[in-house]
Design a protein around this ligand. Structure first.
Ligand SMILES: [Zn+2]
Length: 285
């Protein structure tokens, strides 16, 4: 029950924060951005979608909300009118998996073991919305001449995070291990960890080529420089709150003190400065 309430809460918060009208996604338009090679980013409401469009078919990374599924499908088919072959969920959140019950009827969904585990524990899940190919460390998909490497990074945003690497196009989709230009959501109730999140981001900087293009879970298309700036913000935030805790400051005092001038502007409607500092304090205390 607690899980159900939490999931509902996340979906609601997601809808409210990512859409101008919580009850109506009908006004949302899907924008298509070309990233590199055959890789595209679709932007609607919720987490950024990655699309690989090849002469042999389409691959979808994350699928936002169910009411947007037909629009997402149309945008995808506008790039290349070929069948959908594979779907990948970077993690469990509703603004990345909400379209599963629609797309899951057309193609198999791939995700980390914990994504299936957590989605299937929701009492209201559709059978077709569950990932059908799961892995613990990672898996490789081959489509046309592209090699798509899925790698799990443990305990960061959640306990089921996957980074998707399109080797030939030289692009990664980071899911919610990267919120570009804003404070991140770290889901402590679903296996996320503040220090694990930073550790994963630093590992990703080491693990992938320096000239790679990056699709973040939220925010604009970016690159390694953008990810390094994000890592610096995470380090700064953790240091700030750890020092404050060591000095004996309370949660209220840390919030009152604030994040400081340099990163104030990363505040947004879903993760406000207060919510970011609260997450840091809760996990580091
Ligand atoms: Zn998320």
């Amino acid at each position: 029950m607690k899980n159900l309430i939490l999931c509902t809460y996340i979906t609601l918060v997601g809808l409210i924060s990512f859409s101008s009208n919580a009850n109506d996604l009908s006004s949302v338009n899907i924008k298509t951005h070309s990233v590199a090679g055959n890789v595209y980013m679709l932007e609607g409401a919720g987490g950024n979608i990655g699309v690989l469009a090849t002469p042999d078919g389409l691959l979808l990374v994350d699928d936002q909300f169910k009411p947007l599924a037909e629009k997402i499908e149309k945008s995808m088919k506008n790039i290349v009118n070929k069948p959908l072959k594979y779907i990948i969920n970077t993690h469990l959140h509703g603004d990345h998996t909400g379209g599963n019950s629609y797309f899951g009827d057309h193609a198999p969904i791939f995700a980390h073991t914990n994504v299936r585990k957590r989605l299937s524990s929701k009492t209201d899940h559709d059978h077709s919305s569950l990932p059908v190919v799961t892995y613990d460390d990672g898996i490789t998909i081959h489509l046309s001449d592209e090699i798509i490497k899925l790698t799990h990074y443990p305990h960061g945003h959640t306990d089921g995070d996957t980074v998707v690497y399109f080797e030939k196009a030289n692009v990664i989709h980071m899911g919610d291990l990267f919120f570009q230009g804003r404070f991140p959501f770290i889901d402590l109730n679903n296996g996320g960890s503040v220090k694990g999140y930073l550790k994963n981001v630093l590992a990703i900087i080491e693990d992938y080529p320096n000239d790679i293009k990056i699709i973040p879970g939220h925010g604009e298309l970016t690159n390694m420089k953008g990810l390094e700036e994000f890592a610096a913000m995470l380090k700064f935030s953790i240091n700030l709150v750890e020092n404050a805790i060591a000095k004996g400051l309370t949660q209220e005092q840390i919030i009152k003190q604030g994040i400081g001038q340099k990163y104030k502007s990363l505040h947004w409607n879903f993760i406000t400065e207060t919510k970011w500092l609260t997450t840091l304090y809760t996990d580091l205390k």
